[in-house]
Design a protein. Sequence first.
Lengths: 102, 197
Amino acid sequence: MARQPSVPELDVLIHEPARLRVLALLAMVESADFMYLLRATGLSRGNLSVQMSKLEAAGMVHLDRQLVGNRPRTTYTLSEEGRESLRAYKRTMLGLLAPFPD
Amino acid sequence: MASAQTLTETDLFRSYWDDGLLDLLGGLALLVTGIGWETAMGALATIQAPLWIVLWGPLRRKIVEPRAGFVRFSLARQTSTSRELSWTLALGVGALALVAAVALLPRGEGVRLAIGHLVAGLPAVLVALAAAFAGILTGARRFYGYGLALLAAAVVTVLFGLGPALPLVLGGLVAVACGAVLLRQFVLGSLEYKEGA
C-alpha cells in the first residue's frame, strides 16, 4: 500500500519569527553583539534575551563574553549546527512553497 | 535568493557608516587643511589630515559602538574592504606627495605661467577622487556628493583664479555639517535603546 504523502515538518525552533530574524541576521555576518542584534531586529530587550537563551541552549549560536576596556561585550556567532539547521529549514520552506504560484 | 541575501548584507554594511563620524572627521581634516593652507604652514598643512582619520577607530569605539552595537562582517567583506581601503590610502598618499611636490618644488616664472591656475584646483580634484573611493568602500552615496561638491569647487577655483584652499574649506564645511547632523540623529535615535536598558 502506497504511503500517504505528508506535508514536511518545519523546525519550530527556527520557525518562530523573532528567532528566524536573529538567525538570518547572524548568517550574514561573522558575529554581532546583543546591542547590534537589538537594533537590527527591532525586538525588545526582553524578547531578544529570551530568544538568544533558547538559541544558545539549542546549540544554534555560540556566545563569547569579553571585557572591552571596562565594558563587558557579549557577541553571538551562528554555530555550524545552526547554519546547517537554517539550510535545512530553507530547503523545507522552498519545497513547501514551490507548488504555490507567484 | 542568493542575490537577496547579498543585498541585505550590503544594506547592513552600508548602515554601519550611517552615524556620520567618518564624515565629521574627514570634513575636519579638509577644513583644517584648507585653513592651514592660507597660513604660513602652506601645503604642509596636509600633514595633519591623516591624524583626524586615525581618530575614527577610537572615537567609534567610544561614541558609536556602545549605542550601535558591535558587528564583525564576513571574511569576504573584510577582504574586499581591506583591498579597497588600500587603494584609497594609496591614492591619498599619492595625492599628498603630488600636492607637496607641486607646492615645494622650486618653479620658474615660465613654469608658473604654464601651470597657471590649474594647480589651484588639483588638491580638491585629488580629494574628490578619495571621496569617490570612500563611496565605493562604504557604499554610502553621500561620499559621491562630497566628491561632486569638491569637483565643482575646484572648477570655480580654476575659472576665477582663486587659491587652492577655498575648495578644501568648502568641501570640509559640507562634510562637517552633514557629519554633525548624522551624528546628532544617530545619538538621539539611540536614546530609546538606552532607556530600555
